[in-house]
Ligand binder design. Structure first.
Ligand code: ATP
Ligand code: MG
Ligand code: FE
Length: 356
């Protein structure tokens, strides 16, 4: 089976062609991603209006390019999958309308995909991970621990009650006068810093519920920076190192508890269990090292798909469509609407929900 995938929920426009064989193994035939990073950099964050216009300008060319690179025509496709939520409405409309128009014109089924489901299922394409597994999604817009039981079967075990982790990295970088996006800059600066010089809180550490909170940490960073002003290069490095360590410590506590719960609930009984990461923060070396060690100690395989498939892409959307077909789930009606909020474990077709 051959699918076209389309993604436009945030600041990446992407199109991809992905194939699945009879045994459920996937192959990426072509993939294109256009990041709008530079358009948003001056504003220190994603500007919805700019994003929507950029998606409009890029979408047709990217879809045509993905088809051409795959040497595939519309009649070869078995379905078209596009992200319909959660995300920024303007961008979602561009991708959904493009996908529906192509599906309609070519007489192919349309699949409206939850962006988070795309992230959740990627490791099955790249690493052949079996259900059930645990996913840690840490990006600019999301921070979640999700139990992935099957296609369309997700349990959200934890989420952030305020800022997303990538957002916390970005805000910290902005505060310290580092560029956007902040994650890579903070990680770089932290390399020469002393993580012990500035004491920072470990939000939520020790709490039984598996949620996250990063806004208190952000405030503590701001207060520390103000107390140390004017900041020299070493001061900035020390703050970054302290911030990164506080984040890694907090994550470690949350994930350790999650792995324990997974095992205690008997979910690991079917075979060696996996922890899968997704989202741009998965690029962070300190966080990766911490997760690698943690998984080793608790008997989990640590699975990190290639970084380009951890951040936003259309391969994961095409793949989610293919997984739905394989699971025997139906295509969507052309009337299906985009939605800005769409929790993974809510009613799949619900328009209202609690948080992205
Ligand atoms: P989504 O809508 O899925 O949340 P997004 O565009 O906000 O998408 P991603 O593209 O997956 O998120 O990731 C971007 C985030 O990852 C940014 O917040 C960025 O600062 C963070 N990031 C990137 N590299 C690193 C790193 N090395 N360390 C920490 N954070 C990082
Ligand atoms: Mg992005
Ligand atoms: Fe994403």
């Amino acid at each position: 089976k051959l699918f076209l995938g389309i993604e436009s929920s945030c600041d990446e426009t992407a199109a991809a062609i992905v194939a699945m064989d009879a045994d459920g193994r996937g192959e990426i035939v072509s993939e294109l991603v256009l990041s709008q990073l530079e358009e948003h950099a001056a504003f220190g964050g994603v500007v919805p209006e700019i994003a929507a216009r950029a998606h409009v300008e890029a979408m047709d060319g990217l879809i045509a390019g993905a088809l051409a690179n795959a040497d595939v025509s519309l009649s070869d496709l078995d379905g078209i999958a596009a992200t319909i939520g959660p995300g920024l409405i303007g961008g979602l409309i561009v991708g959904a309308m493009s996908g529906k128009a192509i599906a309609y014109a070519a007489g192919k089924p349309f699949y409206g995909i939850n962006h988070l489901e795309g992230h959740a299922l990627t490791a099955r394409l790249t690493n052949g991970v079996d259900f059930p597994f645990l996913m840690l999604l840490v990006s600019g817009g999301h921070t979640q621990i999700v139990l992935v039981k099957g296609v369309g079967q997700y349990e959200r075990w934890g989420t952030t009650i305020d800022d997303a982790l990538g957002e916390a990295f970005d805000k910290t970088a902005k505060l310290l006068g580092l560029g956007y996006p902040g994650g890579p800059q903070v990680e770089q600066a932290a390399k020469t810093g002393d993580p012990k010089r500035i004491p920072l809180p470990r939000p939520m550490k020790g709490e039984a519920r598996l949620d996250f909170s990063f806004s208190g940490l952000k405030t503590a960073v701001r207060q520390a920076a103000e107390a140390m002003a004017p900041l020299g290069e070493q001061d900035i490095a020390d703050i970054c190192a302290a911030f990164q360590l506080a984040v890694a410590d907090t994550l470690q506590d949350r994930i350790r508890r999650s792995l324990t719960r997974f095992t205690e609930e008997g979910l690991a009984d079917g075979g060696p269990p996996s922890l899968v990461v997704a989202g741009g923060v998965a690029a962070n070396g300190a966080i990766r090292d911490m997760l690698t060690g943690l998984c080793e100690r608790q008997g989990f395989a640590f699975v990190a798909p290639p970084l380009r498939l951890c951040t936003d892409n259309a391969v994961m959307i095409a793949w989610a469509g293919l997984e739905r077909v394989r699971a025997g789930l139906p295509a969507d009606d052309m009337e299906i609407a985009v939605r800005s909020r769409w929790p993974l474990d809510g009613n799949a077709k619900a328009l209202i929900g609690s948080g992205r």
